[in-house]
Ligand binder design. Structure first.
Ligand code: FAD
Ligand code: 2HG
Ligand code: ZN
Length: 453
């Protein structure tokens, strides 16, 4: 990179926040799974929205491609510089404003972690509804840019449903700011919704304002052993409407929980294995135990139930689900597919995807788990090369054939860009490219994410 440009960047953010040494940059150049590795001439760490705007304006003028990065927990290779882009890290924008208790909302900087937003909400007697395993590292900017879903989506929606305001620097270098948090606000295009899920391709989110929800002081987890995925999917369809306090319905398989238990020294809930387990987490102002027990009783396919009402036991059981991604990393670099299937197809998909993977990668191992309440399965494949293209073709082909989506919650990034036309029509893609051309006319914002070529 032109040293004069680096000097100009250093004038904007101060030299200490332009990282060019290999050791300083390395953590920004590879993703959380180790599958996506690139190189950047420099990592730029702005400390304010105006610095972000000045950096983007300079890059626009000079035609320098930029990859925004938050906590670097993204799963689709969208936040690392795979084609030599400049990395703009937002982590220094980590302020969380005081909770607006009258509006029940909070505004936080792009670099604040999801957990710090949750903590701020809790200190005001409220909750930030989005929750997932990477909460301690994933950021407001990254979770907004990917429209992160997580475990409570069936009850409260994903990140987009919480977003009531946004501040962002567009690819033009201009800043849009609408953080008043008015709930009723039909004044034209809803820019927060557009930027949410745009994966850094339209601009850089610098702050977001989220709605908060009420506390649920009584929490109970039912870990339900079940006879088959079909039985689990059918039961979850009933539980979603039959258990008013239901906040999460997650699916795990025996091999997955055994791997997590072995990797981290945890206990399994049952002495004998069952083919599949559904975790039902309920939260309410009252004790939801009876509600859960009644709903589970008499349901076809239920083999056994373990119930945890105290925090320690609940957390230990939750780790068996949440630590899947960590535990799979101990086996090898995973190839991840984050897909949604119609509920009626979930059982058949779990059978067919194993067969499809075996047909192209006979030595591979398939790990399955996910957010069964919304039809979202995570298919992790270990024992394959990072660029196993035939595997991608086979799995995404199956998903589309079965009426599913190739991205449930992680986004498209670079990993799935060439498959977007499988899922979106030519007209939709043209409309999306027109939006990008308008907000990022120089094409500098994460140019290899979302769209291939
Ligand atoms: P990064 O990884 O840094 O970036 C992700 C994308 O957003 C990239 O395209 C990047 O360019 C862009 N981006 C980052 N910051 C900005 C910004 N300020 N402005 C514009 N673009 C930006 N995801 C779920 O949806 N549900 C889950 O349940 C879930 N569980 C996870 C569990 C684990 C253990 C891990 C490691 C990840 C999990 N994820 C999950 C994926 C990931 O955590 C989320 O997508 C997260 O929201 C990404 O946030 P981040 O700050 O790490 O973003
Ligand atoms: C989860 O639900 C995350 O645990 C990660 O979305 C999924 O690692 C994965 O495939
Ligand atoms: Zn997930």
């Amino acid at each position: 990179m032109d040293p004069a440009l680096l000097r100009e960047l250093a004038e904007i953010v101060e030299p200490a926040h332009v990282l060019t040494e290999p050791d300083a940059k390395s953590g920004y150049e590879v993703d959380w799974t180790g599958r996506f590795r690139g190189a950047t001439p420099a990592v730029i760490r702005p400390g304010s929205t105006s610095e972000v705007a000045a950096v983007v304006e300079l890059c626009r003028r000079e035609g320098v491609a930029v990859v925004p990065q938050g906590g670097n927990t993204g799963m689709v290779g969208g936040g690392v510089p795979l084609a030599g882009e400049l990395v703009v890290s937002l982590r220094r924008l980590d302020h969380v404003d005081p909770v607006d208790t009258a509006a029940q909302q909070v505004t936080a900087g792009a670099g604040a972690t999801v957990e710090s937003v949750q903590r701020a909400a809790a200190s005001a007697g409220l909750r930030y509804a989005v929750d997932f395993g990477a909460r301690g590292t994933a950021t407001v900017g990254g979770s907004t840019a990917t429209n992160a879903g997580g475990i409570n989506l069936i009850r409260f929606g994903g990140t987009r449903e919480q977003l009531v305001g946004i501040e962002a620097v567009l690819g033009t270098g201009e800043t849009v700011r609408r953080l008043s948090g008015l709930i009723k606000d039909n004044t034209g295009y809803h820019l927060p919704s557009l930027l949410c899920g745009s994966e850094g391709t339209l601009g850089i989110v610098t702050a977001a304002r989220f709605r908060l929800v009420g506390m649920a002081p009584h929490r109970v987890l039912a870990f339900v052993a079940m006879s088959s995925v079909d039985a689990a999917a059918a039961a979850v369809a009933r539980w979603r409407t039959g258990i008013p306090s239901l906040e999460a319905a997650e699916l795990v398989f025996h091999d997955g929980i055994a791997l997590v238990a072995n990797a981290f020294g945890l206990s399994l809930p049952f002495a004998a294995p069952s083919p599949v387990y559904v975790m039902l987490d309920a939260g309410a102002l009252h004790d939801p135990t009876d509600e859960l027990a009644e709903a589970v009783a008499g349901i076809d396919g239920v083999v056994d139930v373990a119930v945890a009402a105290d925090t320690v036991r609940r957390s230990a059981l939750w780790r068996l689900r949440e630590d899947h991604a960590l535990a799979i990393n101990t086996v090898g670099v995973p190839h991840k597919f984050d897909v949604t299937l119609p509920q009626a197809q979930l059982g058949a998909f779990t059978e067919r995807v194993r067969a499809v993977v075996a047909s192209v990668e006979p030595e591979a191992y398939v790990w399955l788990f996910g957010h069964v309440g919304d039809g979202n399965l995570h298919v992790n494949v270990t024992g394959v090369a990072p660029d196993a293209h035939a595997l991608d073709d086979a799995v995404y082909g199956l998903v589309v054939e079965m009426g599913g989506s190739i991205s449930a919650e992680h986004g498209i990034g670079t990993a799935k860009a060439r498959f977007l036309p499988l899922d979106r029509s030519a007209t939709e893609l043209t409309a999306m490219r027109s939006i990008k051309a308008a907000l990022d006319p120089a094409g500098i914002m994460n140019p290899h994410a979302l769209f291939a070529g």
